[in-house]
Design a protein around this ligand. Sequence first.
Ligand code: HEC
Ligand code: HEC
Length: 379
Amino acid sequence: MKRKALPRITRTSALGSMLLTLAVGAVAIGSIGAPALAADFGPVKAAQVDAKKAALGKRLFFDARLSGDAAISCSTCHNPAKGFADGLALAKAYPGSEGFRNTPTLINAAQKAAWFHDGRIGTNLNDVTRESITETYTMNMDMRMMQERVKQDPIYVQMFKEAGYGEPSNGSVRKAIPEYLKTLTSRGSPFDAGKMSAAAQRGFDLFKGKAGCAQCHSGPRFTDDQPHNTAVPENPEIWSNPLRHVTYVSFAKFMGLENYMNHRRDVGANIRLQKADGSNVGKFMTPSLRELKQTAPYMHNGMIKTLADVVAFYNRGGGNDANKDARMKPLGLSSEERANLVAFLEALSGDALTGPEHVWKDKINVNYVAIEDWLNKKN
Ligand code: HEC
Ligand code: HEC
């Protein structure tokens, strides 16, 4: 899809210009792609991957030394056994904070146009990786410290060299992890294999027709990569649990949101483009519909527990919000039609990516001899 420039953000503060920098390359809010054609659906194409760089990225992804307290790795939240999500409504976080969003799957994430539920990073996975490592509530790691830790480990020294990166550096960590993420591609679903049940096939017809799902969920990943307001109810836990609340408040403050102390709802895509009339509040990126069997609960805040509940939500015309998308209307689906839609959604789930191709299986040995005079050793 061709990316469009965002309208100018008319803010003069440093945070405003930072927001602008974050938004460069992001897809325009509110612009909607052409309606999907049946031919748009199909297997997600595997990306070209450099095997040595991806192997290095895989070890880094499973290595807790990338977090400030060396206790959590990317895989703590993005767990392969749970479809690279965590099975929780709201994510865990670094000690002293609690997450305020549902952990998304990383399967097919390398193919997105903008990342995070609010689409706030629209550049590349290198930036998403940096954000995930340094953000205080995810891994709270200083990049220089990370570089030193990696440099101390002789296995990394060898792997960085073999991958063609030379000495370990934070810049190449931020390249190797995205290379690994590119290996996480859906495969083996009944939908791709042409082996859907008759019920799932009827569900697919509803999806493209009467139920109107394909207006937003189109293409091989079943997403238009755009933010929309479907009026998913707020998760009250974010506002009643002090640690989650303070994590959200500090996020909102850092992102330059006005009146950040007084929010009682997740502003969603408005973080990227603050409109005075509030019409971007409550828009979230359309997620992929692949691997849903592995990634319950659903939505940006985990408020919907099962696929049957998701379909019931759409059948009601979504939730209540003044800015709800006009396409969210009661659908009048019978219970059989709703069951068919669920069967179709389930047919978009394929093989678990839990083998050695996708998971670092060796124990990560941290009992190496520390480099003497490390401060003066060249990076
Ligand atoms: C403490 C839990 C946690 C850890 C640790 C964590 N993540 Fe995440 N990750 C999340 C959550 C929650 C989101 C969604 C955040 C949002 O929307 O604001 C996310 C979003 C992402 C996304 C965007 C996915 C999408 O569909 O837009 C990528 C890519 C990602 N993480 C990669 C990583 C990598 C790489 C690491 C390790 C360097 C990592 N994450 C560590 C919880 C975590
Ligand atoms: C107006 C655009 C739009 C339409 C129409 C639409 N969706 Fe969605 N869908 C979204 C958005 C946006 C989200 C994320 C909302 C959030 O996180 O709060 C979503 C989320 C979902 C999820 C949760 C996925 C996850 O991993 O959390 C499922 C499942 C889903 N939609 C299925 C459907 C089905 C089935 C239909 C048709 C009955 C449909 N959608 C119609 C935009 C749409």
